[in-house]
Design a protein around this ligand. Structure first.
Ligand code: WTA
Length: 643
């Protein structure tokens, strides 16, 4: 079944931006004349000075990636100012609150004014081009306003997901030495409150670079304000004019930093620049979702992740879309919530994560079927592989077999979608991200970096650049080259494995490094390990992913206690709470196994391959354990596996 093609729907293809012929023509044009192709696509954004140099890329040596380098623009102008004449009174953002009775509509004209006021406020606080501003906000309109206001004055925003702990927030602020933090009194999710300002205050105890904190009023809960440092958003903005001169930015001037987890060490500050990223956001949002003027578009991600950056804010607003921002969760107040919101706002395009689909599947079809969903035209999936069963449920039950599903593969590093069907052009296979977008050149390589042909399986790499590619790791260009371009010389290595079938379709199989994907949230096992060993009773820890029905992957921890410490259930609970406090609730361990010893090679390296197999209960095929320093520990671990 999974390999069956679901043909392109003629009614979609008839009106689509890109049909099968155009897809082929664009793919050929982008391969034959990349300069010409990307010069034409650059017209998607509003330039103060149009670029004459299009592409300058070297994946070898020090690695240098530049697109549109002599162009000058401001991202907020592409998202706001240029729409004012044509669609100033059109709704730019529909905000749907956690509480189903609260929603707000913000027009392009209103949004422009709000962004300008905050931008002026930022300038009053001394923020200038190149300064870093940290944003730690819930899913409220202010989050989009804050991003665009930073862009307006040329400040580099660094958003930290509201579910991260004070410690995680602090380390991200410290790494990029942010001078201003924008937060809110409290967030709201599923009827509960999240103490953002309190977390922020805890974090700031170790963040001397922060000079000012701007606090948006959200719940209205009372929060301590530090005189001279903290200012309420409304007080700062009330006196500001509703227009603001945009800062002229070079195409290669940074737009934002977003921290993401890798296989080693602390999170990396992925840096995106202005021109290429904006072109990529617009190009992919229009093509992949076949966005048409007037449509209501909803991406359920959080702005704290890259999906929220590119597909809630920059892509849709660059394309003049109406983008829906949702503060809540899929199962509050009931498991029909997503579909009720679709009906309420007549959503045409809906983009979510497989983990949400899998969890809603558990409640059966009735909560979906009691809603209309007739407005839906296109469905999307992102963040992790979508299993064919979930794909088919999404297709049949949610989309009534009417809506194509775009399974979009990409990464924080790629800035936007790279592999995905286009709804009017590419026949679908449940579970496959299908084909690269025109201008994207993936390949599969073996362990030595040899490019493999035809139907095969291997490491997923990209052979050439695209405008939305990250440019560096903030403050550590050497690590950028080391992380992405040293495994396979001259190629960008994604960290993912994939299979390619006889039709050239890609099937992403998941990470091949020590990154795990829990409910579409990316985490480094090393981060969780260092949180665990920071506990006074823990001597050593090894963390691996395990298969999990809902989350895709769960977090399985092997913990060795210091001698004399008792392995009790109370301690197990304490360690779960500890990791939540150190990193955030998204990193909560799903299983903790007491491990008197860990399987290590004679040189002391932990053999994670074995630990992954034990966690997955695949203990038949453990492979060669003869190189272990003490093969006995494996049997002990198998016998005491956590079920
Ligand atoms: C995984 C999220 C399969 C992949 C946009 C990638 C996917 C990591 C898909 C990036 C997909 C994302 N199918 N796997 N459609 N989309 N992934 O940086 O392992 O949070 O490397 O970006 O998510 O996660 P990130």
């Amino acid at each position: 079944m999974a390999d069956d093609l679901i043909a392109v729907k003629t009614e979609i293809a008839a009106k689509a931006h890109v049909n099968t012929d155009r897809h082929r023509a664009m793919t050929e044009a982008a391969a034959k004349d990349p300069e010409g192709f990307w010069r034409e696509q650059s017209g998607r954004v509003a330039w103060m000075k149009a670029p004459t140099k299009i592409k300058s890329v070297d994946f070898t040596g020090d690695v240098s990636i530049r697109w549109y380098e002599d162009g000058v623009l401001n991202a907020s102008v592409s998202c706001l100012d240029r729409h004012l004449d044509t669609r100033g009174d059109q709704v730019a953002i529909i905000w749907e609150g956690d509480d189903p009775n609260s929603d707000v509509k913000v027009t392009y004209r209103d949004l422009h004014a709000r962004v300008c006021r905050l931008a002026n406020g930022l300038r009053e606080l001394g923020v200038k081009k190149g300064d870093r501003v940290c944003i730690y906000l819930p899913m409220i309109v202010e989050a989009a306003v804050a991003m665009l206001a930073c862009a307006r004055v040329g400040a580099i925003h660094s958003i930290v997901f509201g579910g991260f702990s004070a410690d995680s927030l602090a380390s991200r602020i410290q790494d990029s030495e942010c001078s201003v933090l924008i937060t809110a009194d409290e967030g709201r999710r599923g009827g509960r409150k999240v103490p953002l300002k309190t977390n922020a205050d805890d974090a700031l105890a170790t963040c001397p670079s922060i000079r000012h904190v701007i606090v948006a009023k959200n719940t209205g809960g009372s929060v301590p304000m530090q005189a001279g440092r903290d200012v309420m958003w409304d007080d700062l903005c009330a006196k500001q004019p509703a227009t603001c001169e945009p800062e002229p930015m070079g195409a290669e001037d940074p737009l934002f930093i977003l921290y993401t987890s890798g296989s080693t060490g602390k999170p990396k500050g992925v840096l995106h620049t202005t021109g290429g990223y904006m072109v990529w956001a617009s190009y992919t949002h229009e093509l992949v979702f076949d966005y048409r003027p007037g449509e209501i578009y909803w991406c359920t991600a959080d702005v704290g992740w890259v999906t929220g950056h590119t597909y809630i804010v920059y892509g849709p607003l660059a394309n003049g879309a109406t983008t829906l921002m949702f503060e809540g969760v899929p199962n509050y107040p009931s498991v029909s919530r997503f579909w009720e919101v679709v009906d309420k706002h007549q959503v045409n395009i809906f983009y979510t994560a497989p983990t949400a689909i899998r969890s809603l599947m558990r409640d059966g079809e009735a909560p979906v079927k009691k809603t209309s969903r007739a407005s839906l035209r296109i469905l999307g999936s992102v963040g992790e592989p979508i299993n064919p069963e979930a794909w088919l449920w999404y297709y049949r039950v949610v989309g009534d077999e009417r809506c194509p599903i775009v399974d979009t593969w990409w990464q924080t590093e790629t800035g936007g979608i790279l592999i995905s069907p286009l709804p009017g052009a590419v026949a679908q296979k449940p579970g496959s991200a299908t084909l690269p977008l025109p201008g994207v050149f993936p390949a599969l390589v073996d362990g030595e970096g040899k490019v493999l042909d035809g139907a095969t399986e291997g490491n997923l790499v990209l052979l050439d650049s695209w405008p939305g590619q990250m440019r560096t790791i903030y403050g550590d260009h050497a690590r950028f080259g080391q992380t992405y371009f040293s495994t396979f010389k001259g190629m960008y290595f994604t960290g993912d494995g994939a299979r390619r079938d006889k039709d050239g379709y890609y099937w992403i199989t998941g990470r091949v490094d020590d990154v795990i994907n829990v409910s579409g949230h990316r985490m480094g096992t090393a981060e969780i390990e260092s949180a665990l060993v920071a506990h006074p009773k823990v001597a050593e820890a090894a963390v691996v992913g395990m298969p999990h029905d809902l989350k895709g992957q769960g977090i399985y921890c092997y913990v060795t206690l210091k001698s004399g410490e008792e392995p009790t259930d109370a301690l197990r609970k304490e360690l779960v709470a500890w990791v939540r406090k150190e990193i955030g609730p998204i990193a909560s361990p799903d299983a903790i196994q007491w491990a008197p010893g860990l399987p290590k090679t004679r040189s002391g390296k932990i053999m994670r391959r074995i630990l992954r197999k034990i966690a997955a209960n695949e203990t038949d095929g453990l492979g060669d354990t003869s190189t272990l320093a003490d093969p006995g520990v494996v049997q002990e671990l198998i016998e005491n596996r956590v079920r």
